[in-house]
Design a protein around this ligand. Structure first.
Ligand code: A2P
Length: 316
């Protein structure tokens, strides 16, 4: 199994199970099937509303002897409502309780965006808090505290661009070791990937299959379908594989982690098998040409007239 190595030599399985949009009622079975199949990396977040079920499936898999905790890699994320320094550890502890574990392998700031207390998802400008009011550097100090207390082994960020990462690097004592962002052939993030590499920051690709199960309100009309992209379909046919497997394999060949979401047992198995596909240099070059700077997750939901965030700042 391909891994990404952290500075202290800890290894994270590059291939993991995404759980964004996995509904309670579906995710328990998905996690159990995945762990049985050999998945050793679960990507979670309290915002996904399903950590309790994931925790139940994880605890059962451990009790049944399918896996041990130390063989698993568990990532979770700090939601935007809890950027206040005093809220970080309590929020992390809630995730630990729900996931039925004593520690996270990796804890990420979910977005470089803050919300006012008790606002889980904003409806208006006044629901937002600015990064001047709650600087990322202060949130990060509490993230560091979670490592010092043994609650998390590694720290990172998600949806961060170069400017926000640079700010964190310059003020932190524990440097961010991971950036998890949207990444797929239509949005290859070459520049950000190179920036992360040169700063010893590992990279996880979310929405690798194009995340077509997002709620309609967050979708553009006529958005392009990665799974129907002719070049991907053609390579899939010649490899005797599916388009989803080619998309996953492409991410692994670029040296990134990748976390496709599925709650369907057949597709969970299919996605796992993508780790064993070999793409040629020629195939990688053909896929490299597909980049069109297309984001599925635009970040528009953080932008309100009169609010503290502009769209160009969100991923800055
Ligand atoms: P399902 O959960 O029913 O399998 P992303 O990881 O980019 O967010 O994409 C998740 C979407 O892709 C979900 O709708 C998921 O549906 C679907 N999906 C996952 N694996 C596959 C696959 N192998 N082939 C086709 N669609 C897939």
């Amino acid at each position: 199994m391909q891994t990404l190595k952290f500075k202290n030599k800890d290894e994270m399985p590059a291939f993991g199970l995404g759980t964004w949009k996995s509904e309670p009622g579906e995710v328990y079975n998905a996690v159990k099937v995945a762990i049985k199949e050999g998945y050793r990396h679960l990507d979670c977040a309290p915002l996904y509303g399903n950590e309790k079920e994931i925790g139940k499936a994880l605890a059962e898999s451990i009790a049944e002897g399918t896996v041990t905790r130390s063989e698993m890699w568990i990532t979770s994320k700090l939601w935007n409502t809890y950027h206040y320094k005093s809220e970080v550890i309590p929020s992390l502890k809630q995730s630990l309780k729900d996931l039925q574990t004593d520690y996270l392998d990796l804890y990420l700031i979910h977005w470089p965006i803050a919300l006012k207390k008790e606002v889980i998802f904003p409806q208006k400008a006044d629901d937002m808090a600015s990064l001047e009011d709650i600087p990322l550097s202060e949130t990060w100090q509490a993230m560091e505290e979670s490592v010092n207390r043994g609650l998390a082994k590694h720290l990172g960020v998600s949806n961060f661009g170069k400017k926000n990462i640079n700010k964190l690097i310059s003020t932190s004592s524990i440097k961010p070791e991971m950036n998890q962002v949207e990444c797929h052939p239509y949005f290859q993030q070459e520049d950000l990937l190179n920036f992360c590499k040169s700063n010893d920051i590992l990279f996880t690709a979310y929405a690798p299959l194009g995340s077509s199960d997002r709620p309609d309100i967050f979708k553009a009309k006529n958005e392009p379908s990665l799974l129907e992209e002719p070049v991907i379909v053609e390579i899939a046919k010649s490899q005797n594989a599916t388009p989803a497997q080619i998309l996953i394999s492409w991410a692994l060949h670029r040296g990134t982690s990748v976390i496709p979401k599925s709650v369907n047992p057949g597709r969970i198995v299919q996605n796992f098998q993508a780790q064993f596909i070999n793409l040629s240099e020629h195939e990688m070059k053909r896929i490299a040409k597909l980049d069109r700077g297309y984001r599925y997750v635009t970040g528009q939901f953080w932008v309100f007239e009169g609010g503290p965030y502009k769209l160009e700042d969100v991923f800055a």
